[in-house]
Design a protein around this ligand. Structure first.
Ligand SMILES: NC(=O)c1ccc[n+]([C@@H]2O[C@H](COP(=O)([O-])OP(=O)(O)OC[C@H]3O[C@@H](n4cnc5c(N)ncnc54)[C@H](OP(=O)(O)O)[C@@H]3O)[C@@H](O)[C@H]2O)c1
Length: 374
């Protein structure tokens, strides 16, 4: 079996890589995993992947095999996805293409829109055009937030909605355009495809190895990070007002769960779209309270959307002029849940309760919110 994977140096892609390698090891087959990754500074793509395969956080089953052994399954293509050329057509013939690379950026700044579109949509379109003649199937890692700001039960099908999703930012929009493009183009040439959409990715939960581990602290972790470091400052904590609707929710799904589901189903032809999400979202205000308690910032209140919001102190200003500005639309979104009936038949969703969310934040705090940069 041949698989091409992009984004293997990322939060999710690294776990997809681990799962694929585990599959190859366990099934004892002559699998080949082509990893398209770019170099960074003095580190080649190969150095970066080797680091991911041999660190304390690498799953034991992978680490124990050793890099030399693992390389029988690997071929690293060191290139930026924006510059890739079709020079390896025959060896990738018949491969599954899993496109996990992306630019996770919830910015609401209009100046960021074109970069977000280029990194997420333009690259996806050109990759597809380049690889489509040779591959067996295109698997696109989207985002459950491409559903936009919606109320009620969200099903797996986003393509026959009968209305345009109300996207909260350029990222949701770019990811949605990409998946629509993939579905449309694949149907034209009769190529199987899958659109797999995680919600907000959180730390590991499935086994006892490195629980809560995540390589990069994004989205809700960024809020925790901001208030953790603010709480460490001397002096009294200033009151921060969060503009939150009372029924808005936050859906978090552990990274190892997402990766396992992807690798369990990429060969299945009966699934074209699937949201890889939790069956139960946190009420936003309750989630916020848990996070703030764990990071030790206690002086905050929730308010309804005011007509005119004037910062009442420096911390409020700092928050709303940085991460708060981008998270704000998610605090005032309509209440929804996802239909996880199909997902639950693939792999049981782990219980993510108050304690589990607290543990994720505690892990980040204990690691000083320091990302792992391979
Ligand atoms: N994180 C979340 O909460 C979340 C939630 C829902 C969906 N998703 C989706 O899941 C996918 C994976 O996200 P993630 O959390 O793993 O993000 P991430 O940690 O930021 O990783 C992004 C990956 O994409 C690679 N990449 C980006 N642009 C590239 C380029 N031009 N050339 C080569 N590689 C490039 C990065 O490579 P470098 O290491 O070289 O930068 C990295 O491996 C994305 O499609 C994202 O939209 C993420």
């Amino acid at each position: 079996m041949k698989i091409i994977l992009t984004g293997a140096t990322g939060v999710l892609g690294s776990h997809i890589m681990y799962e694929i390698l585990e599959l190859f090891i366990k099934s004892n087959n002559d699998g080949k995993l082509f990893i398209i990754a770019r170099n960074k500074g003095k580190k080649s793509a190969l150095d970066r992947i080797d680091e991911l395969l041999s660190s304390y956080y690498t799953p034991k089953i992978i680490r124990e095999k050793g890099i030399h052994y693992l390389h029988q399954y690997l071929e690293i293509i060191d290139v930026d996805l924006a510059d890739i050329q079709a020079t390896f057509s025959t060896k990738i013939e018949g491969a599954y293409f899993i496109h996990s690379a992306g630019f996770v950026n919830l910015s609401t700044d209009e100046t960021q829109r074109s970069k977000i579109y280029e990194e997420n949509t333009t690259i996806t379109k050109s990759l597809f055009t380049l690889f489509q003649p040779y591959i067996k199937k295109f698997i696109y890692i989207g985002t459950a937030f491409s559903s936009g700001n919606r109320k009620g039960l969200i099903e797996n099908d986003f393509h026959t909605l009968g209305f345009s999703p109300d996207h909260r930012n350029a990222y949701e929009n770019a990811k949605y355009d990409s998946e629509l493009f993939i579905a449309k183009e694949c149907k034209k040439v009769n190529l199987p495809f899958q659109i797999l959409r995680p919600s907000v990715i959180g730390g590991k939960m499935l086994d006892t190895e490195n629980p809560n581990f995540i390589s990069k602290y994004m989205v809700f972790y960024l809020l925790a990070k901001f208030f953790y470091f603010t709480s460490q400052r001397k002096g009294e904590q200033e009151n921060v007002r969060f503009i939150v609707y009372e029924d808005t929710v936050l859906n978090i799904i552990p990274v190892d769960y997402v990766a396992k589901v992807i690798v369990k189903i990429f060969e299945r032809n009966d699934i074209e779209q699937l949201n890889i999400v939790h069956n139960r979202s946190f009420n936003m205000m309750e989630g916020l309270q848990l996070i703030m308690k764990e990071v030790g910032y206690t002086n905050f209140t929730s308010i309804k959307k005011p007509l005119n919001f004037i910062y009442q102190n420096t911390i409020e200003k700092l928050y709303y002029e940085s991460i708060g500005k981008h998270l704000n639309p998610y605090f005032t979104s309509r209440a929804n849940e996802y239909d996880t009936t199909l997902l639950q038949t693939i792999l049981e969703i782990p219980v993510l309760d108050d304690q589990a969310l607290t543990d994720m934040i505690r892990f980040a705090k204990n690691n000083n919110f320091k990302d792992i940069n391979v």
